[in-house]
Design a protein around this ligand. Structure first.
Ligand SMILES: *Cc1c(COP(=O)(O)O)cnc(C)c1O
Length: 361
């Protein structure tokens, strides 16, 4: 199985399982799990923030940030394909009582004017209060694109001037850091809070970190408890997180190089179009002409190559540590071989109904 569905599919390797097996643990809700404390301290330092908190998932990390920064009735502003808006089960609205106002920006890098158009008049009591801007970096649905540091800072300055806070959904912040050559701390410096997944390309089985000021984390800890995210002898997971944090970033450049190479090969397949300039990190978006994306997903899966169809004409491939260079080459050959084959030769099962399949993020 060659699995390009997501970088979440990475499995803990032998060293990580060993670290988990031998982790010193305590009760983290009581504040005495030393491995969790070590992870939180180390993450805060890496991100240049006062404190950090270990949370079960990126989704919970983002929701916690919303609940700390915004009050019920407030409005959040973000790009329309952000994870927080599209793929978190409406959690911000469901648990935070907020509304979300979105703008489209295909590149994933918002313009200041995009945000400006979404802001409410703070003096008009008829309107909700705009209180939080969420910036996704890298932007997943824009194809893993890095938001340039100058723009991050410009957006932060702008929203801070207007009395909003900025939360960075840095699920793949380390990919942004490696691709741009900027430190994670520099990228996160202007954000009031940041969320970062340990469980994607960094390779941990579970977990995300959030970081911010000491006051932010104090309140975040309370909100995490309320959401049921207080975990006990969770040093077994923090031990995996520590390895992910220390060693995961060192090999992301390899994922990025493989993504560029796979993207170039895919671009050669008739009916596949790839914007090679947009392959900043480990994600490739492929636009299809004359193919049905779900039929292609099904045909490739039968040949052992897995990826997601995200619209009827768009595929997403994600590179990660559990796809080797040899597998990338094997996948290229398998996909090239599919070209020109009709539904029968593609091996799409009889009665296959593309509409019955879900679109995936
Ligand atoms: C994966 C992801 C998340 C959420 O992570 P989970 O751990 O799956 O809840 C948040 N934001 C972005 C951009 C992501 O890609």
């Amino acid at each position: 199985m060659i699995d390009f569905r997501s970088d979440t599919v990475t499995r803990p390797d032998a060293a990580m399982r060993e670290a988990m097996a031998t982790a010193v643990v305590g009760d983290d809700v009581l504040g005495d799990d030393p491995t969790v404390k070590e992870l939180e301290a180390e993450f805060a330092e890496t991100l240049g923030k006062e404190q950090a908190l270990f949370v079960p998932s990126g989704t919970m990390g983002n929701v916690i940030a919303v609940l700390v920064h915004a009050r019920p009735g407030d409005e959040l502003v973000m790009e329309e394909r952000t994870h927080t808006f599209q793929y978190e089960g409406g959690a911000a609205c469901r648990f935070g009582g907020v509304s979300i106002r979105t703008f489209p920006r295909a590149s994933g890098t918002p313009e200041v004017s995009d945000v400006e158009r979404c802001l409410r008049n703070p003096d008009d009591i008829h309107q909700p209060r705009s209180s939080l801007f969420v910036l996704e970096n890298t932007h997943n649905m824009a194809g893993g694109r890095v938001v340039p540091l100058a723009r991050v800072e410009e957006l932060a300055d702008f929203v801070h001037d207007r009395g909003l806070r900025m939360h960075m959904d840095g699920a793949r912040l380390f990919n942004a850091a490696v691709a741009s050559g900027q430190s994670p701390a520099k990228i996160a410096a202007s954000a009031d809070s940041v969320q970062c997944c340990l469980s994607k390309g960094l390779g941990a089985p579970v977990g995300s970190m959030i970081a911010g000021s000491a006051a932010f984390i104090l309140e975040a800890r309370r909100v995490r408890k309320a959401l049921g995210g207080g975990m006990r002898q969770v040093g077994v997971l923090a031990a995996a997180g520590l390895l992910a944090l220390r060693e995961g970033p060192t090999r992301l450049a390899e994922d990025h190089a493989r993504a560029r190479s796979l993207a170039s090969a895919l671009a050669e397949i008739p009916g596949f179009s790839v914007d090679l300039e947009a392959v900043d990190t480990n994600i490739i978006m492929v636009d299809l002409q004359g193919w049905d994306s779900k039929a292609l997903v099904s045909a490739a899966a039968q040949r052992g190559v897995f990826f997601f169809a995200i619209t009827p004409t768009r595929l997403r491939f994600v590179l990660h540590r559990d796809v080797s260079h040899a597998q990338v080459e094997q996948a290229q050959t398998i996909l090239q071989d599919l070209y020109g084959k009709g539904p029968d030769e593609l091996g799409v099962p009889p009665g296959y109904d593309p509409d019955a399949e879900a679109w995936h993020a």
